[in-house]
Design a protein around this ligand. Structure first.
Ligand SMILES: [Zn+2]
Length: 138
């Protein structure tokens, strides 16, 4: 039966009394480590492969430019909480003109209109969440 790959057992005697020397990187996505079992004296070489990638920063020129425009918009007071909001991931649309369009959210107030949620609440559904009727007698 082939030994199952594991990072905390000796591949010969399955002991967990193992020691590792320092990691050495063979290339961008592979890292190796010399291992030693203090129980049976075996030596082997563990190889680690890239398992995941998580972006912690994206400083491409294009992204940096977008962030600069975002900063400029906020410094110029174009972001007003509850009225005109610019999110961190706002889309930038820029042409040849001396400026650019930046995506923003505009608040639309329903108060006193046909859309008013407080004056005319949604009618209650005849169905309960468990699928039964609220007024089965009718
Ligand atoms: Zn061993």
């Amino acid at each position: 039966m082939p030994n199952q790959l594991t990072d905390n057992k000796c591949p010969c005697c399955q002991s967990t009394e193992i020691e590792g020397h320092s990691f050495d990187a063979e290339g961008g996505s592979k890292v190796g480590q010399e291992m030693y079992c203090t129980d049976c004296g075996s030596e082997w070489y563990d190889t680690y492969k890239l398992a995941d990638q998580a972006i912690v920063a994206n400083n491409s020129d294009e992204e940096q430019h977008r962030l600069n425009v975002l900063d400029l918009a906020r410094c110029n007071g174009l972001h007003v909480d509850g009225e005109t909001e610019i999110q961190d991931d706002a889309i930038l649309s820029e042409g040849e003109d001396n400026g650019a369009y930046l995506q923003a959210w505009v608040w639309v107030d329903f108060a006193g209109t046909d859309l008013d949620k407080e004056a005319a609440p949604e009618p209650t559904s005849p169905w309960r969440e468990d699928g039964t009727l609220r007024n089965p007698g009718r």
